[in-house]
Design a protein around this ligand. Structure first.
Ligand code: ADP
Ligand code: MG
Length: 712
């Protein structure tokens, strides 16, 4: 009988022959509990015996993988009590000495007759060729029953499994268990139909599992990998598309009146023309809002691309039809900022009022954060309940506070990459299913967004409002460049401008970071910034002090703000033209880009100095990317390339932690293919009633949360 993945997930790995309790314990440590876990423990790489380096042909100083058999091994202690293991290995033509320090257990591991790959740098010691502390992958054990000549039983292509130094499970042990599992499973049930496999030129599932673990050619493991990557993304996209459709199908939204005087007046009074992208985004959002299903849309746009106008349009469209709108920000500072700028934008706008005969009253906007007093909050709640307040801007308090809106019509969530999927979920299903627009300033490459936000529709602002001058960005390495940066800052202050100095990031401790920032502030005040008016802002300051400093900076009473990354989010002072980021190489690319977005908001020239001596190629790549580009989308793509998706979006972000083989941006085409395939499958079979096995796999991937999806 062909085996399903769920079936294999039900068999403990200990049921395999040759998996004793000791090995079982070690496998558990590696997260391998079931036969399926084992089969999804994919090789890290493959060695081709035909292409192996011969010991005799290696040059000194060269790094290489040598496949060889151990002929001799001995262990002892050096005079200073370090463990020393010396082995001699033979590749069929020549010998090589292999030396290990502080790894006494190697003596046991490398018994004569053991076959392994040794990866390291070739040196020479007393005229003999040697590798010291190489990486070792044992793929045939000395007392293996199958042992014969070199390479008799193992194939030409040798899979090498991820090592777990702590658990000490060798490649040969995994190989042997995997072989048994494959032989016992024999055939895998394939949930993907022939025509789909053919259309994407994919191998069947049985071929895939055998091919990835026991390939006879390179093409075989490559083809197997392609198929398994396809499966990973297909499951994920099926879950996301199904969730999106279930929400659209089962939930009733408000059919908003999107054509009307309020929205028209709002646009007519703006001191600028909307950009083309703003127009299309607004068109898409309003079309959603007019429809019967609740909107769940993502609005992506780089810092400064003008998302606020789009968001306010959506909120006013709700107000226009007699509903209310809410905007939620991740921090109180940001909420206040939004409150101020939206107040300005809607100043003078009126809405029909039921109470008065003539019918018009000003649109009313209120602010609600954790700083709002209880009395004030009570009052606001009463007014919200009566429909006297049209728009409310606030922090998460809005989300958790069970606010008694008279009729909440639209919610904008300003996510600023800090707002979790869970919180979005929490918002849904509150009250009468308002339309939800999630805004994010973290530009996410399209395909990555299909994973993280795959259950949302998307609008994008790529075009910047006209007249922006790219921020001049420089890497300041060395004292000279650093003092040039401070010269620029002083010069700009002399011209009546302002600037920021961002203090080094101290990871894992806000307290230490605050301390470092305070010291930096004191030092700079006595040195580089001696006769300027300097303020300090960090996350540990009492809210009241933070507010006072921000007010002083905004009103021009301070020239320079020395701050931690608390300024990253939403600080909007158009007069600030210089930013100096100390120890810039400690920051991530996305974070640097957000920070830089704090200057040059007034439209004139602006400068950003990255003070750093990047010590790793990765840090160097980040600095170069920042200097080369101010395009957030481009930087986001670079970031993905440099760090990989798991790092960029965090382990916990939905999707990425479930990818075992799939990788972005490499697999972008597969994301697109599987998205289309998932849609086609669900078009034809909305509850996957004819695709039970696929339904099972999606459920097993996403857990209980999605079980409802496929129950009709
Ligand atoms: P975001 O929230 O996307 O970072 P904002 O909405 O704060 O950007 O807009 C940044 C600045 O650009 C604001 O000062 C805003 O008034 C201005 N702005 C927005 N749209 C336009 C436009 N179409 N033309 C000119 N300026 C614009
Ligand atoms: Mg609607």
């Amino acid at each position: 009988m062909a085996r399903t993945l769920r079936f294999l997930a039900g068999i403990p790995v200990s049921e395999l022959r040759g998996c004793g309790t000791k090995l079982e314990g070690r496998l558990h440590e590696m997260g391998i509990l079931t036969v399926l876990d084992l089969l999804e423990h994919y090789p890290r790489r493959y060695l081709d015996r035909r292409k192996r380096a011969l010991i005799a042909e290696l040059a000194l100083g060269e790094e290489a993988t040598v496949i060889a058999e151990v002929t001799k091994v001995s262990g002892r202690r050096t005079r200073n009590r370090r463990a020393l293991v010396e082995a001699t290995v033979y590749d069929g033509a020549s010998y090589l000495d292999v030396t290990f320090f502080n790894q006494a257990w190697r003596e046991r591991q490398l018994q004569p007759g053991t076959e392994a790959a040794f990866f390291g740098k070739l040196d020479s010691y007393r005229g003999r060729r040697r590798m010291t502390n190489p990486v070792v992958d044992v793929f045939r054990r000395a007392d293996d029953d199958d042992a014969g000549q070199l390479g008799a039983k193992t194939g030409v292509i040798v899979p090498v499994y991820p090592q777990s130094p702590k658990a000490q499970v060798d490649t040969w042990q995994i190989q042997r268990l995997v072989n048994e599992a494959l032989e016992r499973a024999k055939e895998f049930a394939d949930p993907v139909t022939e025509p789909v496999l053919d259309a994407h030129d994919l191998v069947g599932r049985t071929g895939a599992y055998f091919g990835i673990h026991r390939p006879e050619t390179d093409d075989e493991w490559k083809g197997a990998t392609r198929r398994l990557v396809f499966d990973e993304f297909l499951r994920m996209q099926l879950g996301l598309v199904a969730r999106k459709r279930a929400l659209e199908r089962d939930r009733l939204g408000i059919r908003h009146v999107v054509e009307g005087a309020l929205v028209d007046n709002f646009h007519a009074r703006l001191p600028f023309d909307l950009t083309g992208d703003q127009r299309s985004a607004i068109g898409e959002i309003l079309a959603d809002m007019a429809g019967p299903a609740p909107t769940h849309r993502l609005l992506q746009g780089d810092v400064g691309s003008g998302k606020t106008v789009v968001a306010v349009t959506a909120l006013l469209a709700a107000v226009q039809g007699g509903h209310q709108g809410a905007l939620m920000a991740p921090t109180a500072v940001l909420a206040e900022q939004h409150f101020l700028s939206i107040s300005r934008m809607i100043d003078g706008l009126t809405v029909a009022s039921e109470g008065t005969l003539m019918g018009d009253r000003p649109v009313r906007l209120e602010l609600l954060t954790n700083r709002t007093t209880t009395t004030r909050r009570r009052q606001l709640e009463a007014e919200l309940a009566q429909g006297l307040v049209d728009l409310v801007v606030g922090t998460h308090a809005l989300l958790y506070g069970e606010l008694p809106f008279a009729s909440l019509g639209a919610v904008v969530v300003d996510e600023q990459h800090r707002f979790g999927v869970e919180q979005r979920a929490l918002l849904r299903g509150r009250g009468e299913e308002p339309d939800v627009l999630v805004m994010t300033a973290t530009p996410i490459p399209r395909t990555a967004a299909m994973l993280v936000y795959g259950d949302l529709d998307r609008s994008e602002l790529r075009e910047m409002p006209p007249g922006r001058i790219p921020i001049h960005t420089e890497l300041a390495s060395g004292d000279r460049s650093r003092s040039a940066a401070y010269d620029r800052l002083r010069h700009e202050v002399g011209e009546g401008r302002q600037g920021y100095v961002v203090c080094p990031l101290v990871e894992g401790s806000d307290k230490l970071e605050a301390k470092a920032a305070t010291e930096e502030y004191e030092r700079l005040s006595g040195a580089e910034l001696a006769d300027l008016r300097v303020g300090l802002l960090h996350g540990q300051m009492p809210a009241r002090d933070k507010e006072a400093v921000m007010d002083a900076f905004r009103s021009g009473e301070l020239d320079v703000l020395v701050a931690t990354t608390v300024i990253e989010v939403g600080v909007d002072v158009p007069n600030a033209t210089v930013m100096i980021v100390e120890d810039a190489d400690r920051f991530g690319l996305a974070q640097l880009h957000q920070l830089r977005g704090r200057v040059g908001r007034g439209g004139g020239a602006a400068w950003c100095y990255l003070v750093a001596e990047p010590g790793t190629p990765e840090a160097e790549a980040r600095m170069t990317a920042m200097v080369d580009s101010t395009d957030g989308f481009l930087l986001a793509e670079r970031d993905l390339e440099i760090r990989g998706a798991g790092e960029v979006f965090g382990e916990r972000q939905s999707g990425f932690s479930d990818l075992k083989l799939g990788r972005l941006p490499r697999d972008e085409p597969v994301v697109l293919e599987t998205r289309a395939e998932a849609e086609a499958i669900l078009d034809a079979d909305p509850h996957l009633s004819h695709h039970r096995q696929l339904a099972e796999e999606v459920e097993d991937l996403l857990g209980d949360a999605v079980e409802f999806l496929f129950k009709s």
